[in-house]
Design a binder for this molecule. Structure first.
Ligand code: IPM
Ligand code: MN
Length: 359
C-alpha cells in the first residue's frame, strides 16, 4: 500500500479557506504522480465559529490534532472579534499545547518578485529566521493591579529556561549544518544569534552563553555571529546578504519576521512552520485573514503553497517539496505582481498552474 499522510486542516477566516484550497490542490497533485497520498480532515475553528458558539478551541481538539502527521492552517482573525481572543484561544493554544517550539520562517526572494529594497535581488535575500515559539513574553507571566486607576501597574515577563533555549539553538545549529552542506554560498555565512543582551542582561545572557557553549562544544566548524535585535533590523534592510540562519527569542522573532516578509515580497508570499521536531507541526501562510479580499478569488495563494512545500519537506518528501518550489518559481515568473488583485491571475488560476507543473 502506498504511503498516506493524514493532515488536519483549519481553513479559518477571511481568505484562509481560499488559499488553503490551492495549497491542498498542489499537495494532491504532487502526491498523485509520486506514489503517496493525503487524507485531509477539516476543522472549522476560527472567528465565525466563535461568534456562533462562543468556543475558540476545545481541549478535545488538541487530542484530535495529536493523531495527525501534520496540520495546515489558513488564517485566524475576524473583524468582529476583539483582538487577543482568537490569537490566544486558537493559534497560541495550538503552538503551546502541541509544543511547536520552533517557528521556522524562510526569507527568500524569488526571481521576478518585487522587493522594496533598492538594488537587492534574489542573490541577496535568502535566509531563515528561527523564532523560538513557546517561551518569552508569550508565556503570559505577569499581571495587572490597580487597573483603571492612575496607579495602574502592568507586567508581562520574558520567561526563558535553559532547556527551552537549548532545544531551539540545537534546531538552529542543525539546520545551519544542513544548509552549509547543500550550498557553499550558505557555508560562507555565519549562524547569527539575535537578541538584546546589552539591555536584557538576564535573558540575553542566558541565550548568548547557551549559543556560545553549544556552538563551541558541538558545532565548532560553524562560524557564530551575534546581532542586537535593533541592529539586525537595520542590517536586514541594508545588507540582507550577510544572513543565512538566524535564531532568536519569541517576540523579537515575531517582529523581525514581518520585516523579513516584506523584503521577500510581502505577505502574499511569506510562509512559516510551527514545528515540533518530535511531534505534530503546523504550517501556515504568514498573511492574515485579509477580510476585505475574502470571497473574490483575488488573494495570492503562493504563501499557502509555500507552506505546503515546507510541510512536505518536514514529512520527509524532499523531492516533492523541491518540485513545488520549482513550480512556484516558474509561475511567479509569469505573474504581474504578488499583491492581492494585481497578480494578472485569479487565486484559483495560480493554484492550477502550480498544480499542473508538479503533477
Ligand atoms: C504571527 C502572529 C501571531 C504571533 C499573532 C497572531 C498571535 O503575529 O504568527 O507572527 O504574534 O505570533
Ligand atoms: Mn507576527
Amino acid at each position: 500500500m502506498s504511503k498516506k499522510y493524514n493532515i488536519a486542516v483549519i481553513p479559518g477566516d477571511g481568505t484562509g479557506p481560499e488559499v488553503v484550497r490551492e495549497g491542498i490542490k498542489v499537495l494532491k497533485a504532487a502526491a498523485a504522480s509520486r506514489g503517496f497520498a493525503f487524507d485531509f480532515t477539516e476543522f472549522d475553528f476560527g472567528g465565525a465559529r466563535y461568534l456562533k458558539t462562543g468556543e475558540t478551541l476545545p481541549d478535545s481538539a488538541i487530542g484530535e490534532f495529536r493523531k495527525f502527521d501534520a496540520m495546515f492552517l489558513g488564517a485566524i482573525g475576524h473583524p468582529e472579534v476583539k483582538p487577543g481572543i482568537l490569537e490566544t484561544g486558537i493559534l497560541l493554544k495550538i503552538r503551546f499545547a502541541l509544543d511547536q517550539y520552533i517557528n521556522l520562517r524562510p526569507v527568500k526572494l524569488y526571481p521576478n518578485v518585487e522587493t522594496p529594497l533598492k538594488d537587492k535581488g534574489p542573490e541577496h535575500i535568502d535566509f531563515v529566521v528561527i523564532r523560538e515559539n513557546t517561551g518569552g513574553i508569550y508565556t503570559g507571566h505577569g499581571g495587572a493591579t490597580r487597573v483603571g486607576t492612575s496607579e495602574e501597574i502592568a507586567t508581562q515577563l520574558m520567561v526563558y529556561d535553559r532547556r527551552t533555549v537549548d532545544r531551539c539553538l540545537k534546531y538552529a545549529f542543525e539546520l545551519k549544518e544542513k544548509r552549509n552542506a547543500k550550498d557553499p554560498k550558505y557555508a560562507a555565512k555565519p549562524i547569527t544569534l539575535i537578541h538584546k543582551r546589552n539591555v536584557l542582561t538576564h535573558c540575553g545572557d542566558l541565550w548568548y552563553r547557551a549559543f556560545e557553549e553549544m556552538g563551541a562544544e558541538h558545532y565548532p566548524e560553524l562560524r557564530r555571529d551575534y546581532n542586537h535585535v535593533d541592529a539586525a533590523n537595520m542590517w536586514f534592510v541594508k545588507n540582507p546578504e550577510w544572513f543565512d540562519v538566524t535564531v532568536t527569542e519569541n517576540l523579537f522573532g515575531d517582529i523581525i519576521t514581518d520585516l523579513g516578509a516584506m523584503i521577500q515580497g510581502g505577505l502574499g508570499v511569506a510562509s512559516g512552520g510551527n514545528i515540533n521536531p518530535e511531534g505534530v507541526s503546523m504550517f501556515e501562510p504568514m498573511g492574515g485573514s485579509a477580510p476585505k479580499y475574502a470571497g473574490q478569488n483575488v488573494i495570492n495563494p503562493m504563501a499557502a503553497i509555500g507552506a505546503a512545500m515546507m510541510m512536505l519537506d518536514a514529512l520527509g518528501e524532499a523531492e516533492a517539496s523541491q518540485a513545488i518550489e520549482a513550480a512556484m518559481v516558474e509561475v511567479m515568473q509569469n505573474m504581474k505582481s504578488q499583491a492581492a488583485g494585481k497578480m494578472g491571475f485569479s487565486t484559483t488560476e495560480v493554484g492550477d498552474m502550480v498544480a499542473k507543473l508538479v503533477s
